[in-house]
Design a protein around this ligand. Structure first.
Ligand SMILES: [Zn+2]
Ligand SMILES: [Zn+2]
Length: 115
């Protein structure tokens, strides 16, 4: 099962598309991972993907690095608890806030000026 192509939301927090995801995509399979297929969706219980973190989350968009299916443009698409997701800012003068990112992607985001 794939995410619908209409899921192009860039807000990453709460918006219509996110709610559509919450309602319609309780369970899917991500077949794009180099590590192998993984069950995804808010109906899939999981542990935080940070090593040694056992906080229980689900694999919905609320916990995804990048805020979009598969991680969007800045994230890795792995799933983390609230303690391991954060918002980052570019270092130039027009600071742009990232979507929710894991620590690894956050560092890249800052280093690359928001790419
Ligand atoms: Zn990440
Ligand atoms: Zn965690």
């Amino acid at each position: 099962m794939r995410f619908p192509l209409t899921l192009g939301a860039k807000c990453g927090i709460i918006c219509k598309d996110w709610k559509g995801f919450k309602m319609g995509w309780s369970h899917g399979v991500d077949t794009n991972r180099k590590e192998g297929d993984q069950d995804i969706g808010y109906g899939v219980a999981a542990d935080c993907d940070e090593a040694e973190c056992a906080v229980e989350i689900d694999r919905g968009l609320g916990y995804i690095c990048g805020g979009d299916p598969y991680g969007g443009e800045s994230g890795c698409g792995r799933f983390f608890c609230a303690g391991h997701l954060d918002y980052y800012f570019t270092n130039d003068k027009d600071e742009i806030m990232s979507p929710q990112l894991c620590v690894e992607c956050g560092k890249l985001y800052e280093a690359n000026g928001g790419a």
